[in-house]
Design a protein around this ligand. Structure first.
Ligand SMILES: Cc1cc2nc3c(=O)[nH]c(=O)nc-3n(C[C@H](O)[C@H](O)[C@H](O)COP(=O)(O)OP(=O)(O)OC[C@H]3O[C@@H](n4cnc5c(N)ncnc54)[C@H](O)[C@@H]3O)c2cc1C
Length: 505
């Protein structure tokens, strides 16, 4: 059975025939002779109503397929065309109508990826928050994520829903924070990433970087003032370390903090800072102009001299608003200097937690991709059989599943090492680097399995494929994390080249 047979119209394939623009306009006026629309009860049963002719005129064949399921809900009357050529043709069909054989990710599939039953390794509290986060993400975020990802906009209206996840502040105890175990924090990070990696990055930056820095390095007054609204997501945080000239070698950063009466002046530039275009609270790392050591500051939104500009044209994590920040003599009162940041070493305890969390993002992304593929392969038929019936496809699916089980166990063990106080920087780096590498194989297999739909954000896999790339590179690239572990196991640091030939410098 071919894809068009479901309409019951042998002539339906004629939609592929090119119809000139002027003729289509004329056809659009005839569109009331034939209306094809979605049944609200079933995606798979488009209803047909023919008002006059059983054999529609040739021009109606195109308009018949233009009316239903349009994203803008408009009539098939030529909307979406612009004479200047900026936009040619009609708006896209709704994906459920254009490709009715498989369910898009807006209706998220049930979890099928937890093959070795991770739940058995979790406490009942960890299991229940995992379940709760999964349900909220599937219900509230899955239906809107493709649209916002495409627009590269953050869904601000969804922040109250993200607040109900109850994860902001993660392991922090008191100050209105949930005081979760690191394992609960990690599995919920994966559940968020399973549905949408941008949302997980939003939470990661806000919670595991900005809030954890205040909790670990802030004064008691700062904790009481800033943490409660951040925990409720009524205030949003960001965390600024990376600079245009200092990415992997961030510890060499050159943004300066100069002592002035009553506080500090911050001067310099930051790059890639997630949430920074709208954050209420910016955690900024800068070099003390006197001591040359690293200091930390809480900069408030709207401070004179502060300018954050959105980085455009990203191919991954498109909902996340990453910014370039320029600081021009931004005054920070003394009360907003973090007393606990006096060297780069002081933020390594923050990075220890955030790296564990980032290690769980590729796990979640892989779970979501597997779950979508698992459903898709059973729904989509080719050569008279579901795609799931082909041996090659089963092998790919099983390879993905194997990677996920291994990642879950490594991620879980990393949490246990952290909880027992035994986790080293090398452990955390191996976890983050390795899960992002394994996940690259999962998302690329998933992309293959979905064929053409593997490049459409509507079926999650293409979106996840792109979202994984920045995660592979942030919070220490795969290479830098490998070098951290390499240094630990060999005792030899190889971040800097042994020698550069002078002639080439
Ligand atoms: C989407 C996104 C969100 C981000 N969010 C934040 C944020 O919120 N806050 C923040 O502070 N930063 C953020 N970052 C910055 C991120 O941490 C950096 O991009 C990352 O550290 C890598 O730095 P770089 O991009 O400058 O790459 P580079 O340092 O220029 O590296 C380029 C390549 O060279 C390799 N390389 C570099 N040095 C070595 C070496 N010694 N040995 C071997 N290979 C090496 C790297 O592995 C990489 O492959 C974000 C980045 C992205 C893409």
């Amino acid at each position: 059975m071919g894809p068009y047979d479901r309409t019951g119209f042998p002539w339906a394939q004629s939609v592929l025939v090119f119809v000139p623009y002027k003729k289509r306009q004329a056809c659009a006026r005839e569109s009331d002779t034939l209306r094809l629309f979605h049944s609200s009860s079933s995606r798979f049963a488009p209803t047909l109503s023919v008002s006059s002719s059983a054999s529609p005129p040739a021009c109606s064949r195109s308009s018949a397929h233009e009316a239903p399921g349009r994203r803008d809900g408009g009539e098939a009357s030529g909307d979406g065309r612009e004479e200047d050529g900026a936009k040619v043709g009609l708006p896209a069909l709704d994906i459920s109508f254009a490709f009715p054989q498989a369910t898009p990710a807006s209706i998220f599939p049930p979890s099928a990826s937890d093959y070795y039953q991770l739940d058995d390794l979790l406490t009942t509290g960890e299991q229940s928050i995992r379940k709760k986060v999964r349900a909220i993400m599937e219900k509230e975020i899955a239906p809107i994520m493709t649209v916002y990802w495409e627009k590269a906009e953050f869904p601000f209206h969804a922040i109250p829903k993200l607040s109900t996840l109850g994860v902001a502040g993660g392991t922090i105890k008191g100050y209105g924070c949930p005081g979760l175990s690191i394992t609960a924090s990690a599995v919920t990070m994966a559940e968020i990433a399973r549905v949408d990696a941008s949302c997980s990055t939003f939470v990661l930056v806000h919670s595991s970087l900005a809030m954890v820095t205040i909790a670990l390095c802030g004064s008691e007054v700062q904790k009481q003032k800033y943490l409660p609204p951040l925990a409720q997501l009524t205030a949003i945080g960001c965390w600024a370390l990376t600079e245009p000239n200092h990415g992997s070698d961030a510890s060499s950063l050159i943004t300066t903090a100069t002592k002035v009466p009553g506080g500090w002046h911050i001067d310099g530039q930051k790059r890639w800072i997630g949430n920074s275009t709208f954050a209420d609270v910016l955690l900024v790392l800068a070099r003390n102009a006197d001591t040359k050591q690293l200091n930390g500051f809480i900069v408030r939104k709207g401070a004179p001299g502060l300018k954050a500009t959105k980085i455009e044209n990203k191919i991954g994590l498109r909902m996340v608003q990453n910014g370039d920040i320029v600081f021009n003599k931004v005054f920070v009162p003394e009360e907003d200097r973090l007393p606990g940041v006096n060297s780069f070493q002081d933020i390594s305890k923050v990075l220890a937690i955030s790296r564990v969390m980032v290690a769980w993002q590729p796990i979640g992304i892989s779970m979501g991709v597997f779950d979508v593929c698992h459903r898709y392969l059973k729904e989509r038929k080719q050569f008279g059989a579901p795609l799931a019936a082909f041996q090659l496809n089963q092998e790919k699916l099983v390879r993905m599943l194997g990677n996920i089980q291994a990642m879950l166990l490594v991620g879980w063990r990393l949490c246990k090492l952290y909880e027992s106080g035994k986790m080293t920087p090398g452990h955390a780096s191996l976890g983050k680097g390795w899960t992002s590498r394994m996940s690259r194989e999962v998302v690329s297999l998933g992309r293959e399995l979905l064929g053409g739909n593997g490049i459409l954000a509507d079926f999650l896999v293409a979106k996840a494929f792109c979202d994984l790339e920045p995660i592979y590179s942030y919070e220490g690239t795969y290479d830098i994390n490998s070098l951290v572990t390499g240094r630990e196991i060999t005792g030899i640091a190889s971040f800097k080249p042994a020698a550069l030939p002078k002639a080439r410098l």
